[in-house]
Ligand binder design. Sequence first.
Ligand SMILES: *[C@@H]1O[C@H](CO)[C@@H](O)[C@H](O)[C@H]1NC(C)=O
Length: 387
Amino acid sequence: MESRRHSRSSFIATRASSVCRLLSLRLLLLHLPLCLAPWLHSASCRSLLQEGDAAVDTIAMVTPDADAALAREALQLRFNSFVQRYGKVYSSPEEHAYRMEVFKENLRLIEESNNYETYELEVTEFTDLTWEEFQKHFLGAKQDCSATTGSYVRRLGNPTLPARRDWREEGIVSPVKNQGHCGSCWTFSTTGGLEAAHAQATGSMVLLSEQQLLDCAGGFDNLGCSGGLPSHAYEYIIYAGGLDTEEAYPYKAKSEKCHFNPNAIGAKVFDVVNITEGAEDDILEAVALVQPVTVAFQVVDGFRFYKSGVYSSPTCKSGPETVNHAVLAVGYDVDKESGTPYWIIKNSWGPNWGNHGYFYIERNKNMCGIAACASYPVVTKGAAQSA
Ligand SMILES: *[C@@H]1O[C@H](CO)[C@@H](O)[C@H](O)[C@H]1NC(C)=O
């Protein structure tokens, strides 16, 4: 470490002026806090930083070596600000260095994608994880969810659907939650759908327990932090007699022993409606006229860095056997510029991820299997198949 510092400072001494000029320009361009690097505090460097503008003509003087060193400095600054922003703690200097390498690779993916895609990616809290690690800690195992023949019944007379719908505007969508390091997306998709249905039916927003589903719904083919299906979770809630409130049975991001309390039930499910595999028109009608609908899709690498725009992917698959993430469709719309129709989807990676915790994904193409596995809960007897 000492010797590395030494050689670095002598390297810097020899190239101080051109490096400083170029770096000051780059830092200005990157909007990074200036003078974080200790050697920038040297008086000569500072004055060069103040000059700022004369930097352009020095670019030609910089050797490839210096250029690489500059890229390294810029990466280090970006990584440091990432570490600070997300409160990352690494166990050793080696781990720190490794995470910076992973960060660098992901940064490349993000920048490349932003160069040619219409949607935008950004650095998120997942940027120091490899795709393998992310899959392991945040996605469920692939599950065959084939709701081959659904029980959703289209309304008579093909009613005209509104051009757009956003259930958030009706006040029945609960705040975005965060599943943490656990493949429990299915529990959040389930509670989100039930919270909305319950609020719609009763007029009161009650937050519901994901942990009860994690701990107690194993008998319905659910696997705790390794994945599960909302439709099976709704079956479980019918069987159990209800779902506790979030407050009574709070989320721990790991499976524990079931301690369901029938006296703390926040909502009940009367029936569950499956939408036939691939019937995206049925999902549209349900979201337009009934309520938010739980959907699943295949997350592929890159998606975890989503920032804004209508997401689509040429690599994700669309079958019911490849979906690995359950979420909640709370509305739909059409992109004004491109005319692309999209779903408005609530995710469970916290409110700081993506578009305030939400994302848009292309509609009408069964994009990433979004129409493979849709269902919603019915909370009152009268509402079942209500038309
Ligand atoms: C609903 O769909 C699930 C898969 O998501 C399936 O396992 C279940 O059997 C279906 N239920 C009905 C009543 O068809």
